[in-house]
Design a protein around this ligand. Structure first.
Ligand SMILES: Cc1cc2nc3c(=O)[nH]c(=O)nc-3n(C[C@H](O)[C@H](O)[C@H](O)COP(=O)(O)OP(=O)(O)OC[C@H]3O[C@@H](n4cnc5c(N)ncnc54)[C@H](O)[C@@H]3O)c2cc1C
Length: 435
């Protein structure tokens, strides 16, 4: 039995390592250095294309919990990161060259892995028993076309447009009202009215805030889904006809239509997370926090995810994938990494481990192992494969995607530690004991 892995990035490298250690023969296809993506600069596997930080190690952070889960699953990325660590406070930052060289050498020297430096243009080229697609956010154009044909073009996206997500318990709900535009759709939205004065203050801050510069290859992606600050720059009133439009929304406390309205939509069934509708943005993270906290009710907002727009190839996983990350309509084809709609280095790598575990089980004729939602990896996989999910956009690790604790805990740090303890206990009991 042989497995083909397309792409030796964060996800593909982890998957190859897991399967090879289980004695499975892997053909690992990587197009670099013959062909580069617009962001990669070397021929090394698991190249970090931007920041050299893998995020916090603290166990009272979602990123720390994710890394701990990966470590318990024998992650190659965490091993290499610890060996190439550079001091960066609480974060796991690495010497990027040392990090990706270590991963490359480990995989190239593994006798179960055959590295093939070729671009895969079509899945039909491959005859291995199982195929794992891990070609990342910058999947080559020809292969993207092939995926489009297999999946349907409305299920493959080339950029993301991510609105910020706020933790519900940091919103002051006394500052708005529930209801949908023209009373259609029940109480799905929390609406925050702004007076003319409040709107102007927000508008001025928004158009003058610092933005993340566009990369050359990103420039022509934005007309289809404009950042909120770009809409604002087109005229002082333009937001009132876009994301802050008040029409059809009557504030029951005044009986009037407000000057402007910010709408927040529940991001999960539990209502622990709220999405700022239409607030996709290229503002820097600190500027987003500063500007969006000017909105009444969001003065103390804690963000589970900040807004982004960037070039990102990803599939509509909720519509296309089974819970084990195989394709619904072709169960010998699996997906992992950023292309599935997880967001971030570690999230991508973790999904590679998860897919590999289930590929191995499939090869053994065993049922898939679906990680419980209480674990960070399980929660991420649930998020991207949840069949009820609408408006799918990529998601990174955060505590808001975990099911709530049995009891209410007011102290934030204690609550986060409890989430972590619960996740690690369940991972040990329900996953590690069974793989
Ligand atoms: C410009 C940019 C900056 C980013 N910055 C950060 C950041 O700072 N922090 C963060 O956490 N996340 C960041 N991300 C998001 C994401 O976490 C990383 O892109 C991460 O590398 C994704 O891992 P992956 O394994 O899915 O894809 P990748 O690591 O990109 O790996 C995919 C691999 O597939 C190869 N490949 C593509 N097509 C083919 C083909 N047809 N045949 C063979 N090989 C192919 C590529 O060469 C590449 O090696 C960034 C993304 C981009 C695009």
């Amino acid at each position: 039995m042989k497995v083909a892995i397309i792409g030796a990035g964060l996800a593909g490298s982890e998957a190859a390592w897991y399967l090879a250690n289980k004695g499975i023969k892997v053909n690992l296809y990587e197009m670099r250095p013959k062909k580069f993506t617009p962001a990669h600069k070397t021929s090394n596997f698991a190249e970090l294309v931007c920041s050299n930080s893998l995020g916090s190690l603290n166990l009272d952070t979602a990123s720390g919990l994710l890394k701990k889960e990966m470590e318990l699953l024998n992650s190659l990325v965490i091993k290499a990161a610890k060996k190439s660590f550079v001091p960066a406070g609480q974060a796991l930052a690495v010497d990027r060259n040392k990090f990706s060289k270590l991963i490359t050498e480990t995989l190239e020297n593994n006798s179960n892995i055959k590295v093939i430096r070729e671009e895969i243009k079509s899945i039909d080229e491959l005859d291995e028993d199982i195929i794992l697609v891990a070609t990342g956010p910058l999947t080559s154009d020809t292969f993207s076309e092939n995926l489009k044909n297999i999946l349907g073009d409305k299920y493959l996206y080339f950029y993301d447009a991510i609105s910020p997500i706020v933790y519900a318990d940091s919103i002051d709900f006394s500052k708005g009202f529930w209801g949908s535009r023209y009373n259609k759709g029940g109480k799905d939205y929390f609406n925050i009215p702004l007076t003319e004065e409040e709107y102007e203050r927000f508008y001025e801050a928004l158009i003058n805030a610092k933005q993340v510069p566009l990369k050359d290859f990103e420039a022509n992606y934005y007309e289809a889904c404009l950042p909120i600050e770009e809409i604002a720059r087109r005229g002082k009133q333009s937001l009132l006809f876009g994301p802050l439009k008040p029409v059809g929304l009557i504030d029951p406390r005044t009986g009037k239509q407000p000057y402007a309205v910010v709408q927040l939509r529940k991001e999960n069934k539990e209502g622990s997370l709220f999405n700022l509708v239409g607030f996709q943005t290229k503002l820097t993270y600190p500027e987003q926090k500063r500007v969006f906290r000017l909105i009444p009710g969001l003065e103390n907002a804690e963000f589970a995810r900040l807004g982004q727009i960037h070039r990102n190839t990803f599939i509509n996983s909720p519509k296309l994938l089974n819970k084990d990350l195989s394709l619904l309509k072709k169960e010998n084809i699996f997906f992992a990494g950023q292309i599935t709609g997880v967001e971030g280095y570690c999230e991508s790598a973790a999904s590679g481990i998860y897919a590999a575990i289930n590929i191995f089980r499939k090869l053994q004729g065993k049922e898939p192992i679906i990680f419980p939602k209480e674990t960070m990896i399980g929660a991420l996989i649930h998020y991207i494969t949840d069949k009820e999910r609408k408006n799918f956009q990529p998601m990174g690790a955060n505590f808001g995607i975990l099911p709530p604790l049995d009891k209410k805990v007011k102290d934030k740090r204690k609550r986060k530690i409890l989430y972590t303890e619960r996740a690690l206990n369940i991972l040990k009991e329900k996953v590690l004991a069974n793989i």
